[in-house]
Ligand binder design. Structure first.
Ligand SMILES: O=C1O[C@H](COP(=O)(O)O)[C@@H](O)[C@H](O)[C@H]1O
Length: 257
């Protein structure tokens, strides 16, 4: 497998020959972090995005990775969710359940889907309350630096416009700095109603993997990590975790950097 790893000041950058190799590299990375954290703590808090990321996680549910992971310690969250029923084709929960969660023995009580019976505002408040309970219970810790929850690992994707979670370029939610979880009713990408973690929460996490594949996303990667980055910083360029950022690209996504 051809993999080139560099550090460009914005984190580790891993470039693989193909999306298939990205999926293998991501499985190894996730299993390694899972083992490191579960050796130290009784819970491992993992945040998923929707979109193409879930397809790129497919190798994690295959040997040798699936057998090396202490799934009983995993607690799974969503960085964003569409306000639709959990069995709806647009649901990020359904996407992750079908492609990943249904294949691993994570206790169902440790999978934190949104309450799909609520409005966008209600679901965001409810999810934030759920996170606060988990802090009280000691499942989730708070960053000593920021006071926001510090998840162990976020596995994220990026849209072709540079959005991450449901934080879109030019949208005022990008600047939200008090709430943990907020909502949007005018998402430029359908469906319009969503809930999303805010940047202070995303950037308080320990590890973030940003997984980007395909030529369609190369211009945004160039604008974010290239030699002359855009003066307008896109949401993806605002991602900066407390401990370690790792970018996973195939050759196409990295073709302009
Ligand atoms: O709408 C969303 O899009 C982004 C990016 O999706 P991708 O298919 O272009 O990778 C995703 O990360 C986010 O969770 C999702 O709600």
């Amino acid at each position: 497998m051809a993999e080139v790893t560099a550090d460009n000041g914005k984190g580790k950058v891993k470039v693989f020959d193909s999306e298939e190799e990205v999926a293998v590299g991501l499985a190894k990375y996730t299993a390694d972090i899972s083992n490191k954290i579960t050796n130290e703590k009784s819970s491992f808090t993992v945040v998923l995005s929707g979109g193409s990321l879930i397809h790129s996680l497919r190798k994690l549910v295959e040997a040798p990775y699936i057998d090396s992971i202490e799934w009983g310690k995993w607690h799974v969250f969503w960085v964003d969710e569409r306000v639709v029923p959990k069995d709806h084709v647009d649901s990020n929960y359904k996407l992750a359940y079908d492609g990943f969660l249904s294949k691993v023995p994570i206790p169902p009580g440790q999978v934190y889907a949104i309450n799909d019976a609520l409005s966008a505002e209600g679901a965001a408040d409810d999810y934030e309350t759920c996170l606060k309970h988990l802090v009280t219970n000691g499942v989730l810790h708070v960053s000593a630096k920021t006071g926001f929850p510090k998840f162990d690992l976020m596995l994220l994707g990026m849209g072709p416009d540079g959005h991450v979670a449901s934080l879109f370029p030019g949208h005022p939610l990008v600047k939200e700095n008090k709430k943990w979880v907020t909502f949007i009713k005018d998402s430029p990408k359908p469906p319009p109603e969503r809930i999303t973690f805010t940047f202070p929460v995303i950037n308080s996490s320990a590890y973030i993997a940003m997984v980007v594949v395909g030529a369609g996303k190369a211009p945004v990667i160039e604008a974010t990590l290239g030699k002359s980055p855009n003066s307008e910083v896109l949401p993806v360029g605002m991602v900066s975790p407390e401990d370690e950022m790792t970018w996973f690209f195939d050759k196409q996504a990295a073709s302009k950097i």
